[in-house]
Write a protein that binds this ligand. Structure first.
Ligand code: FES
Length: 218
């Protein structure tokens, strides 16, 4: 067994809600509204990092550094098709989305609308440079931070709804309007320049995901 496996186990959870409120008073002009939305979303993303502090605050410096960068082992057996889990790794929110077969099939339907449909920009490990940006076709693993200015996009997993009749599910960043599909690929016209980051990861068993390293022997 590799030495790296001994690093596994520093696990942290954060609240799964990343929804933002849009109930700003009508008297607030658009400029102030944009500032508030940006600040709120980015604060939420940063908050994910803050969760880890109580766990590592009492450790020695060397232990602290190791825990902050340690891989995170996750039981994904409870994520039903169509559902998403939020975890934290290196102070960043990481989404684990169990796409339904229909969601996965829909990924091939809007290539013309995407800025980088074939994931040519190195925003993912080589083993995820494929049609689904995933090791398991239905299981998406992404860092939940917008590649524009780092806000945390909202999940808009369902087709249609307030995103319009052509929407097949994905993520919407309210800060400046970037849109991503269910593989984290950015739509053309978004201020975000690249697809969402796929972190290094691997499966230790059928239902155990390891985020942060991809060289441990399964
Ligand atoms: S941070 Fe600007 S669109 Fe997401």
């Amino acid at each position: 067994m590799s030495d790296k496996k001994t690093e596994v186990g520093a696990k942290a959870r954060v609240d799964s809600s990343n929804a933002l409120s849009f109930s700003a008073p009508n008297l607030i002009d658009q400029e102030k509204r944009n500032f508030i939305i940006t600040a709120t979303a980015c604060t939420g993303a940063i908050g994910a990092a803050a969760v880890a502090v109580p766990f590592i605050g009492s450790m020695l410096p060397s232990e602290r550094a190791k825990a902050a960068g340690a891989p995170v082992e996750i039981d994904i057996s409870k994520i039903k098709p169509g559902e998403m889990m939020l975890e934290e790794w290196r102070g960043q929110p990481v989404w684990i989305l169990n796409r339904t077969d229909e969601m996965t099939a829909d990924l091939a339907k809007h290539h013309d609308e995407l800025a980088d449909p074939d994931s040519k920009v190195a925003q993912q490990p080589e083993y995820c440079k494929n049609a689904n940006r995933a090791i398991k076709p239905n299981m998406a693993v992404m860092v939940g931070l917008c590649t524009h200015l780092g806000c945390s996009p909202q999940k808009k997993l369902e087709a249609g709804g307030d995103m319009g009749e052509n929407w097949t599910g994905g993520f919407f960043c309210p800060c400046h309007g970037s849109k991503f599909d269910l593989a984290g690929r950015v739509f053309k016209g978004s201020p975000a320049p690249t697809n969402l980051v796929v972190p290094p990861h691997q499966y230790l068993t059928e239902t155990t995901l390891l985020i942060g390293v991809d060289t441990v022997e399964a």
